[in-house]
Design a protein around this ligand. Structure first.
Ligand code: CP3
Length: 335
């Protein structure tokens, strides 16, 4: 039995599958070792044998129900012709966006550039047990756009004037992005991915009256596309607060990942007919054991009667101690 699929599709509430956003990454010493030898992050993501290895590292260490493919949401702007630079402890930087270059892209070249990711999915899938899912992902169009156009300042505030002044261009880019993201999803599914998670990490920056235009509709198009391919989706519209309810009513994904700012009691009573995921603040895992268990138990109790996937309210922090994570997993397993 594949627990994640049972939970997402059949809305089963008697098991609690578990995996972690950013489980394949910096909290693991075995990842840091590889990363140290591979200073170019994009190249590392495009090295199929290493990215397969990194995808499987958390699975080898812990008792998890899913692997998430080691890649990044910014591989899409990379494949669309922008240079992407990752500097330690800084927000990733992209070379200046050029509309003409962007519009001159084609799907065949795009898919070719990302081929090593699909190869890594195929290889990772072979190594997983039947009961374990392989999660693929994309960034939602808005979140990708934030990076492509450098639409936020260093203090994470949105440049609203640019958003308003260029709304025609922005809608055009979002629409085109949707096509490429669909291609990327389809390629990942064909390679063997079982689930698609859609990260809208910067949805919380969208002005309220623009949420339909920049968040709900683009997410809906992707979810509907995945439905047409019969593949389950988990959406993560981080930071939109009580608008989670409206998001759910419109987008209707199979799963909904809640962030650490959302009150879990509110989520349980207001977000119905969906499999909920996550919520626990990643910072909690840096605290004393007693506090960690209290918080973990809180989420387990609140979501006891509903289909729920244990995860966090955002990605694992690099400072997380792997031994602590192992104990959290054991505790969830015993629940
Ligand atoms: O384990 C996994 O979850 C799979 C791999 C994964 C990465 N990025 C690897 C990564 C996934 C699912 C992502 C998604 C991603 N990337 C998101 C959405 C989720 C979120 O965190 O909100 C976003 C916004 C990005 C963009 C991005 N990539 C940022 C902002 C950064 C730098 C800061 C950070 O959070 O690490 C990255 C780099 C990145 N992506 C690293 C890893 C392991 C660190 C690279 C390094 O070693 O320097």
């Amino acid at each position: 039995m594949n627990k994640i699929i049972e939970c997402l599709i059949n809305k089963k509430s008697t098991c609690i599958p578990i995996w972690f956003m950013r489980q394949a990454g910096r909290h693991l010493p075995e990842f840091r070792k590889i990363r140290f030898k591979n200073p170019d992050f994009i190249k590392l993501c495009l090295n199929s044998s290493l990215s397969t290895k990194i995808t499987l590292q958390p699975i080898e260490r812990y008792d998890l129900d899913a692997a998430i493919i080691f890649s990044d949401i910014l591989m899409v702007p990379y494949a669309l012709g922008q240079e992407v630079i990752f500097k330690k402890n800084k927000s990733p930087k992209l070379s200046e966006f050029n509309l003409k270059t962007f519009l001159n892209n084609d799907k065949i070249t795009f898919s070719k550039k990302l081929y090593p990711i699909y190869k890594a999915i195929k290889e990772s899938k072979k190594k997983l047990k039947k009961k374990q899912s392989l999660i693929s992902f994309v960034g939602a169009p808005w979140t990708i756009l934030i990076y492509m156009l450098s639409l936020k300042n260093n203090d994470n505030k949105l440049q609203l004037d640019r958003l308003k002044k260029n709304s025609f261009e922005i809608n055009l880019i979002l629409d085109k992005l949707n096509d490429y993201l669909s291609t990327h999803i389809e390629n990942q599914i064909n390679a063997g991915a079982d689930v698609v998670q859609i990260f809208d990490s910067w949805a919380g920056l969208i002005p309220e009256k623009e949420l339909y235009n920049y968040c709900y509709i683009p997410n809906l198009k992707i979810v509907d596309f995945c439905k047409s391919l019969k593949i389950p989706t988990i959406c993560f519209p981080k930071g939109i607060g009580k608008r989670y309810k409206e998001f759910l009513e419109i987008v209707k994904p199979d799963g909904l990942s809640i962030d650490y700012d959302l009150d879990p009691y509110w989520a349980r009573s207001n977000l119905e007919n969906v499999c909920l995921q996550g919520g626990l603040d990643p910072k909690t895992l840096l605290k004393k054991e007693k506090i960690i268990y209290k918080e973990v138990d809180k989420y387990l109790t609140i979501f006891k009667e509903t289909p729920y996937i244990f995860n966090l309210g955002h990605g694992l922090l690099p400072e997380t101690n792997p031994d602590v994570l192992r104990k959290v997993i054991e505790r969830v397993r015993k629940a």
